[in-house]
Design a protein around this ligand. Structure first.
Ligand code: OGA
Ligand code: ZN
Length: 368
């Protein structure tokens, strides 16, 4: 009942889930023998074939599809493996989770982890990584008060990736600031360093001191805002999710530039994140007539980012490290009085891709 029917460019196979079609190139390319068992990489070279791959014969025996190719090669495929591709159509991915969107009342529910607990228990690191995928924000508490402490924490998820300010940055009042965050001014809602070609993913802000008047932290879920915005203002949403605008970060010794879409969609069309910063937006260079539409959409959306419905306002305390997805979560800070005390946050980033890799590995290990 599992017989295969050979066609011109592929074969049909009756599987328990129904009839499925498989292309010959795909079958030959993914023959189990195409992969090096040690490195797990494909070592079969499709380009070395003299002719396009074509099956001469195919039979099903012992729950395997056996193909004899016109070239001198035989392939064996487990039917259950073929079934997975016929039904799901992609490699299963534990990191492909549905985002839990959150609103301004979320602060008490933000997932919290103690640094020392994370260091002792890989399952907790798995929960932490999962919370970052689900909600995009977490707080690590009882952080050791040293530079190394932040490095240690970041290394639980991956390598620190450099950014416009190097591997680490110090958010406090600088004598010659090259960036508004290095002053005591308010920081409007933004995502960090949009002027990079690939803006950083997971951001860590380790609060080492905070005794000043003011300086509250502002955080919101950009995906939650944008999904609501799509329903209320669909044409504005379309403009912001399709049009790229320029961002820059420029001073005496550097000149970063990029073009980004303010609203980013994933392959399913869901909002995966935002790239947003007024202080790093370059002079918009769209044709002036297009700006007649772009600017009102941009301003309307920017005002939604101030709505208390979405905004969590809280004080970050010394010993806490807020860890969040910089491509999804929009953040800012209220201004503060520099002379009233000390305020110091040390920051760094880890790529989102590495977070997903770490989560996949930890969630696999967890099965045992
Ligand atoms: C930044 C920033 C937040 C703060 O430096 O980009 O957002 O609370 N800082 O100072
Ligand atoms: Zn920032």
């Amino acid at each position: 009942m599992f017989e295969a029917t050979l066609l011109e460019k592929g074969l049909k196979l009756n599987l328990p889930s129904g009839q499925a079609y498989f292309n010959y190139f795909w079958l030959r390319d993914n023959c189990p023998s195409s992969f090096d068992p040690q490195t797990r990489e494909r070592v079969f070279d499709l380009f070395a074939l003299e002719q396009d791959p074509k099956a001469k014969a195919a039979i099903v025996e012992n729950r395997r599809l056996v193909i004899d190719w016109e070239e001198d090669h035989r392939s064996y495929f487990d039917l259950s493996w073929l079934e997975q591709w016929a039904t799901v159509g992609s490699r299963s991915d534990p990191a492909a989770v549905k985002r839990n969107l959150w609103y301004g009342n979320h602060f008490q529910q933000v997932k919290r982890f103690k640094q020392a607990d994370l260091e002792l228990d890989q399952n907790l690191v798995c929960d932490w990584a999962r919370a970052l995928l689900d909600e995009g924000i977490t707080i690590v508490t009882e952080m050791r008060n040293s530079d190394q402490s932040l490095t240690d924490l970041a290394h639980l998820l991956g390598e620190v990736r450099s950014s416009v300010s190097g591997n680490y940055f110090d958010v406090r009042v600088h004598i010659d600031p090259v960036n508004l965050s290095f002053t005591a001014s308010a920081l409007e809602m933004h995502t960090d360093t949009p002027a990079e070609e690939l803006p950083p993913g997971i951001q860590f802000l380790h609060c080492r001191a905070n005794s000043v008047d003011g300086g509250n932290s502002l955080f919101l879920d950009g995906a939650a805002v944008a999904e609501d915005f799509r329903k209320a203002h669909p044409s504005d949403f379309d403009i912001l999710s399709t049009t790229k605008v320029p961002f820059y970060y420029e001073h005496d010794d550097f000149d970063w530039r990029s073009r980004q879409r303010v609203i980013e969609l994933d392959d399913q069309g869901n909002v995966s994140g935002l790239t947003f910063s007024q202080h790093m937006a370059d002079v918009f260079d769209l044709p002036q007539e297009e700006l007649d539409l772009y600017y009102p959409a941009f301003r309307r959306f920017g005002r939604w980012l101030l709505d208390p419905k979405y905004l969590m306002t809280f004080r970050l305390n010394a010993g806490e490290c807020i860890v969040f997805d910089n491509r999804r979560i929009v953040h800012g800070r209220e201004g503060y009085t520099a002379s009233s005390g000390e305020r110091y946050l040390r920051g760094c980033y880890v790529d989102r891709g590495e977070l997903r890799s770490t989560y996949r590995i930890l969630s696999k290990k967890r099965l045992y």
